[in-house]
Design a protein around this ligand. Structure first.
Ligand code: GLC
Length: 721
């Protein structure tokens, strides 16, 4: 067998490298000049964000926003785009308002702008950090060419809640993977120069812990310990800030009884004081006024004062700042210094974006045409979409052979609309060249009566995204019944899933001959599905979120605690277990099959300070190297995500049975072997100890390395502070 040993320093090294210090907001002297001329109302106007009439993402829409802009009452717009439309609005601001301060245009560019990539939950299943960064860079280029300077992305909400519709928008359950993705998207959006015409300002959302709503119902109460918040929910937001993101969006939920829109602990103590964030904080859509419904403010005027005093700089759609903030300043309930600070941050960002140099720099219709939906963008969208797909099951039926007769059935088989998923930005169905059915028909004759069937089922895209929680995570029975019928007919069925959340696939996993998780794969998703089904692409996606056996197991995630009575004795009663299902999920975090197979060697540990019969020990600032050799034992090239998990056996607080601390995507030819090396240092082992300080503790550890979180290859080591 061909052995090609090359050592790869895995991404785990990222955990041991010093973290970037975030981006500092430069103070532009022109801003100080402007501030001296501005009235209190005009300063407040810069803190106001209204939606244009172009599209609405929230429950209300204002009319007459151009009058607000002329009067200096509104300095920012969302949902307004195209070079021509933004130029017209910008002209009103620049030429018809007293000081001519340009408008900042924002939009939800979540997984692409015109070229739509897979939904974010799908992108995260690629574990391809570079590709995710590239998707954000392309999205920024297309958005900036359409008159936009600001995207409300990355969405950094960790979630273990499959009922929650917005789990589709995030990067799954893991803080380590989610942090790498959040930072990559910020780099992709902002690039190295915010003032260039192909980058946009990122916005870290939704701050914070919006992904943990009780009962999985959107906007619902979030309540968790400070320790769990800091260890499992905050890391992606911080990674995005450390990567240089210069705006943050508050979340709709309350946390520990205080709505995030007025949560000083989140916005001041953590975001600004601990993390050094220097950008501005924007509310979510009408988030300020909703504090009256939360029962945290008596009225919208009080809500605005609570919000700005807690750290919010810009009011999206409540109009609370516009209507009441001046009065609150005059009453002394809000200091003018607070208004000045908010206005200054926003103006300095407009300067950093180049708007004070040339307010029309983003309004070039020709550049918009040249940079949008290019062949290169579409080619990347197709290859990337294929990378996000996860082969959950395959009894050997896949890959299909081109030319063999295949039936293509199911309610989503011929849908172009569902390929785009929720939060599709300016993506249009007419830009989608092929449905799954169209794409398959291009490579093989389609015959409804064929013995082999591709059955495309799942959720209509509208069942995912905002305000789309479900009390069931099953595929609708009318779809499952097709599968049952086909199996009764003795036909072989490849299920292709289009969905935006972990599903209960307990029946489908028994009946289907293969299951390909395709998520909502974007503009080129139809072709990407065909590329995988017919073997032009060997699937390599890995789940970034656990798929339970049923909703009764939820919440279920890989970094669970052991409990005092772990279920280890099959017939035991008094252990932590269910009477009706196993504890293990249907498909574990990190799971994903290939058309080839991979074999892992035992783990070897090197570089520690000493070795004894109980294993390797490393100390203090030292590092330990963990190595495995991975071999492609099949007959075709394949990509494997080699994952490294750590367990801290004893701590001053209980520790998860596994935590993802590194991974490496490697591509191996048939028979090829490669050594993958992970670096472990004290940062890898650090956590919030019982006294809430962050750092490691001495003790015994297990390390697991494999192709999924339920991998078994393991080794032990000690660490001494
Ligand atoms: C929505 C969403 C938020 C989005 C904003 C603007 O309600 O919560 O993610 O960025 O409004 O569309």
């Amino acid at each position: 067998m061909k052995k090609l040993l090359t050592v790869i320093l895995a991404l785990a090294a990222v955990a041991c490298a010093p973290k970037p210090a975030g981006k500092f907001l430069q103070s532009d002297p022109r801003v100080e000049e402007l501030m001296k001329q501005m009235t209190l109302e005009e300063k407040i106007g810069q803190m106001v964000l209204f939606t244009s009439d172009w599209s609405v993402t929230g429950p209300t829409m204002r009319q007459g926003y151009l009058d607000d802009i002329r009067a200096g009452r509104c300095g920012n717009l969302l949902n307004a785009y195209t070079a021509d439309f933004t130029r017209e609005v910008q002209r009103v601001a620049v030429e018809e308002s007293r000081l001519g301060i340009p408008i900042l245009f924002g939009y939800d560019v979540i997984h692409g702008f015109r070229t739509i990539f897979p939904i974010n939950l799908g992108m995260s299943a690629s574990w391809d950090i570079q590709a995710i960064e590239k998707s954000a860079q392309i999205a920024a280029e297309e958005a900036a060419a359409a008159g936009l300077q600001w995207t409300y992305s990355p969405m950094c909400d960790i979630s273990v809640e499959p009922r929650w519709g917005r789990i589709s928008e995030g990067s799954g359950e893991d803080p380590y993977l989610g942090s790498l993705i959040a930072a990559a998207m910020v780099r992709g959006y902002q690039g190295d120069d915010l003032s260039s015409d192909n980058t946009v300002l990122a916005c870290v959302k939704h701050f914070a812990a919006y992904g943990a709503p009780q009962a999985g119902r959107d906007y619902n109460t979030v309540d968790m310990s400070e320790r769990w918040l800091r260890e499992f929910y905050l890391p992606p937001y911080k990674a995005a800030v450390d990567a240089g993101a210069l705006s943050v969006m508050a979340s709709f939920n309350e946390l520990d009884g205080v709505p995030a829109h007025a949560n000083k602990h989140l916005m001041q103590d953590i975001l600004r004081d601990e993390w050094g964030f220097e950008g501005f904080i924007v509310t979510d859509y009408t988030g300020i006024n909703e504090m009256v419904m939360h029962g945290y403010a008596a009225n919208e005027a009080d809500a605005g004062a609570l919000s700005v005093n807690a750290g919010v700089d810009m009011d999206m759609m409540s109009a609370s700042f516009m209507n009441y903030l001046k009065e609150k300043v005059e009453k002394g309930e809000v200091s003018e210094k607070t208004v000045d600070a908010a206005c200054r941050r926003i103006l300095n960002l407009k300067a950093a974006l180049g708007l004070l140099d040339d307010p029309y720099k983003y309004c070039d219709p020709q550049r918009e045409k040249d940079r949008t939906l290019t062949p290169e963008n579409k080619a990347f969208a197709r290859s990337f979409a294929a990378e996000t797909m996860v082969l959950l099951k395959n009894n050997g039926i896949l890959p299909l052979a081109k030319g063999e007769k295949v039936a293509v059935l199911g309610p989503l088989a011929d849908s172009k609309d569902d390929l785009l998923g929720s939060w599709r930005g300016a993506g249009e169905v007419q830009s989608v060249p092929a449905s799954v059915l169209d794409a398959i028909k291009e490579v093989t004759p389609v015959s409804a009566g064929a013995n082999k069937v591709v059955l495309v089922i799942g959720e209509p895209w509208s069942w995912t995204g905002e305000a789309a929680s479900r009390s069931s995570i099953r595929i609708p029975e009318d779809q499952v019944s097709i599968l049952k019928q086909l199996k009764k007919q003795g036909r072989k069925v490849v299920v292709v899933l289009m969905n935006g959340r972990p599903l209960d696939l307990s029946e489908e996993s028994e009946l289907a001959d293969a299951i390909l998780e395709a998520w909502y794969p974007g503009t080129m998703g139809g072709y990407a599905v065909a590329d995988v089904l017919f073997g032009d692409v060997n699937p390599c996606g890995k789940l970034s979120v656990t798929f339970p056996r049923n909703l009764g197991q939820v919440p279920i995630y890989h970094y669970a605690k052991n409990t005092g009575r772990p279920y280890i004795h099959p017939d035991a009663k008094y252990e932590s277990r269910y009477l009706d299902v196993p504890n293990e999920p249907l498909y574990a975090f990190g799971h994903g099959l290939s058309y080839t197979t991979f074999e892992y060697s035992d783990i070897t540990l090197e570089g520690g300070d000493s070795r004894s019969e109980s294993g390797m020990t490393f100390r203090g600032e030292g590092t330990l190297k963990a190595k495995v050799t991975v071999t492609n034992t099949g007959d075709r090239e394949g990509t494997e995500v080699v994952q490294m998990y750590i367990r801290d056996l004893v701590g001053s607080v209980t520790r998860p049975v596994r935590q993802l601390k590194g991974f490496e995507r490697i591509t191996l030819g048939p028979g090829e072997s490669r050594e993958v090396e992970f670096t472990i240092c004290k940062e890898t082992l650090s956590f919030y100890r019982q006294d809430m300080t962050w750092g490691p503790e001495s003790g015994d550890f297990n390390i697991f390395i494999g192709g999924a979180s339920d991998c078994t290859k393991n080794a032990s080591f000690k660490y001494e502070i």
